[in-house]
Design a protein around this ligand. Structure first.
Ligand SMILES: C[S@@+](CC[C@H](N)C(=O)[O-])C[C@H]1O[C@@H](n2cnc3c(N)ncnc32)[C@H](O)[C@@H]1O
Length: 224
């Protein structure tokens, strides 16, 4: 499908189909996890712009994959999921490509991998949820941001990590203190400092930054 037909395809998608997918995401989000507060937002962030290529770094138990495979199906998009552990069985979506290995090494060879797969290497949505470590996040930004399309969206999870975290329903989860590893790497890249313990929206040169503090933090960067 070409770009125009794809945009038209989602417009033609019956509301009932969108609602069913949203309801599935809500049911998944009812389980208290380290990311449950953000699953609905992740799904909605996939609907307001055309997606042809979604890249998910960090599959884990598949919470984010559950959302992205549904969104990718609506757009007939390719979902590239990467994990250093074998997470090939987490999704059955036909246009999912699972890459088993280090995401930074893969990022460095992404364009040639895409050309072998017959995929355009321009990323529409990049989701980063891997080691949560500062140096690794710096390397992920270095390796993956050059492949972002002109109106790409980047989503980082774990931008507000502590030994415990709060969900919106008031429940408390157990995490670990990553010494602001992810948010510090984002701050340095954007040349800004962020109050990650509160919700905020900022417009800065080239980007709109939106942040939700709960459930380990979710930060969304939209290219202006
Ligand atoms: C927190 S889990 C991901 C959770 C997942 N996004 C979800 O919503 O359920 C982090 C994942 O990142 C993977 N990971 C850690 N370091 C990595 C690396 N260098 N390259 C690729 N994956 C990595 C781990 O194997 C783990 O599965």
């Amino acid at each position: 499908m070409g770009k125009f037909e794809k945009a038209w395809a989602l417009k033609k998608t019956p509301t009932g189909v969108l609602l069913k997918a949203l309801e599935e995401v809500r049911q998944r989000a009812a389980r208290p996890t380290d990311i449950c507060d953000h699953l609905e937002a992740l799904f909605l962030l996939c609907l307001d712009r055309e997606l042809q290529l979604i890249v998910e770094l960090g599959v884990g138990d598949g919470e984010s994959s559950f959302v992205f495979e549904r969104a990718a199906k609506l757009w007939d998009a390719v979902l590239v999921s990467v994990d250093i552990e074998d997470r090939s069985n987490v999704s059955t979506y036909g246009k999912r490509r699972f890459m088993h290995g280090d995401d930074v090494a893969f990022g460095d060879t992404f364009p040639s991998w895409c050309s072998r797969q017959g995929i355009s290497p321009e990323i529409d949505l990049l989701f980063i949820d891997t080691s949560h470590l500062y140096e690794h996040t710096v390397q992920e930004i270095r390796a993956w941001f050059p492949h972002l399309g002109p109106s790409a969206r980047v989503i980082f999870h774990d931008t507000n990590m502590k030994e415990t975290f709060l969900r919106r329903d008031g429940s408390i989860g157990t995490g670990w203190d990553n010494a602001r590893g992810v948010v510090r790497a984002v701050e340095e890249y954007l040349g800004q400092s962020f109050p990650e313990e509160e919700d905020f929206t900022r417009i800065i040169p080239d980007w709109i930054v939106r942040h939700r503090a709960s459930c380990n933090g979710l930060t969304v960067l939209d290219r202006l």
